[in-house]
Design a protein around this ligand. Structure first.
Ligand SMILES: *Cc1c(COP(=O)(O)O)cnc(C)c1O
Length: 366
């Protein structure tokens, strides 16, 4: 169906070809035995959990990482058959529902291991080591105790031991990253000895996959790179999503008159403006108003003027000859998410995950 037949006012176009190409590019960085589990937490970084995961399953991904059992459950209901790991904390009352659905759990502390021992449910699980980020995970001085408990508890089975790097993207902290890897390797070795059977080891997110091939181990967990976002030197990753809207009204504003709430934007000159149906409730951050951000309309970058409203924004299109119905890019090929993130003083991850469900996600370019 051509896009012109689709009447969504504001939407995200998903580019399956770009996505598959990103998967191939990432896969190309890995050895033949390293598994690639795709991170789809937070609605697949705003791209839409179910359809992105279905596409990924067809594109040869080995498994999925979500945050919660609820997200994992949605994937199972949608027909995802590959392994699913809930990387976030899972309270003991969800152990049984997780086991029933074949969702792998993260055990990140002693309380959870104890609860697992007591629980009738026996979900397979992954052990999270805190190698220095100091979020979830067993601290290095807890590994001996953990190992002895594992040795005495034969009913539970460790599928993997993993950790997360705090600054893998930043060369200034490479020494810290190497130290994290060392802590992780030592912890995994102790656990291996106590468990008496092999398991997978993994620590790499996207930037670590690219910058630290020596730490790929048995499996990697890329998110952002597969969506084609971020500036990864020398890698041809393409954005899998483009955020677009369509002009709702065009009008001529006499010189000296303001546009929008609060009289923040007044021009001495007459101007032509476009009103567009995308506001901060669509994830168009209010910091992009008042000429900080732009839209791309008719091959031209135009400033967003005035304050961004809840459901709408305005742009100065003087001289463009743009009409009602013409498309505008919020981000995509011409305006990158990285650029927007800088302007909003945040990171691309937050820009993407702030786009709510009312913005329709649709596929094109199969
Ligand atoms: C989000 C996350 C990832 C993926 O990180 P990217 O930077 O998007 O590649 C991997 N592992 C864990 C534990 C995460 O929370």
């Amino acid at each position: 169906m051509p896009l012109s037949d689709i009447h969504f006012k504001t939407w995200i176009e998903l580019d399956a070809a770009a996505f598959r190409s990103n998967v191939r590019t990432m896969r190309g960085l890995l050895g033949p035995r390293t598994r690639l589990w795709f991170v789809v937490k937070s609605n697949a970084y705003g791209h839409g959990l179910v359809h992105m995961s279905m596409l990924a399953q067809k594109s040869g991904i080995d498994g999925f990482c979500v945050d919660s059992v609820v997200e994992g459950g949605r994937l199972r209901e949608a027909g995802i058959v590959k392994p699913i790991l809930a990387m976030g904390p899972t309270l003991p009352h969800l152990f049984a529902p997780a086991a029933e659905r074949g969702i792998l759990l993260t055990i990140s502390g002693r309380e959870y291991l104890d609860a697992l021992g007591r629980s009738g449910a026996r979900p397979d699980f992954h052990l999270k080591i805190d190698s220095g980020m100091h979020r979830l995970g067993f601290m290095p001085d807890e590994i001996d105790d953990l190992s002895s408990r594992l040795g005495s508890c034969e009913a539970v089975r460790v599928v993997s031991v993993f950790s997360h790097l705090a600054a893998s993207e930043d060369p200034d902290y490479d020494e810290f990253t190497h130290r994290q890897a060392k802590v992780f390797i030592e912890a995994a070795a102790k656990i291996r000895e106590a468990a008496g059977y092999p398991f997978l080891r993994h620590i790499c997110n996207s930037s670590a996959i690219i910058r630290f091939p020596e730490y790929h181990f048995d499996m990697v967990r890329p998110g952002i790179g597969i969506y084609g976002i971020g500036d990864f030197e020398g890698l041809d990753l393409r954005p899998a999503g483009r955020f677009r809207t369509r002009i709702s009204q065009v009008k001529r504003i006499p010189g000296g008159e303001p546009v929008g709430y609060g009289f923040t934007d007044v021009s001495e000159k007459e101007r032509i403006i476009a009103i567009l149906p995308a506001g901060y409730a669509d994830g168009l951050n209010r910091k992009l108003g008042n000429r900080n951000g732009s839209l791309f309309i008719k091959n031209t970058r135009v400033p967003i003027i005035g304050n961004i409203c809840m459901d709408m924004c305005m742009a100065d299109i003087t001289g463009l000859n743009a009409l009602v119905g013409d498309e505008a890019e919020i981000f995509g090929d011409s305006i990158t998410i990285d650029e927007i993130a800088v302007k909003c003083e945040t990171i691309p991850y937050e820009i993407l995950t702030s786009i709510p469900a009312r913005v329709k996600r649709i596929f094109f370019r199969e």
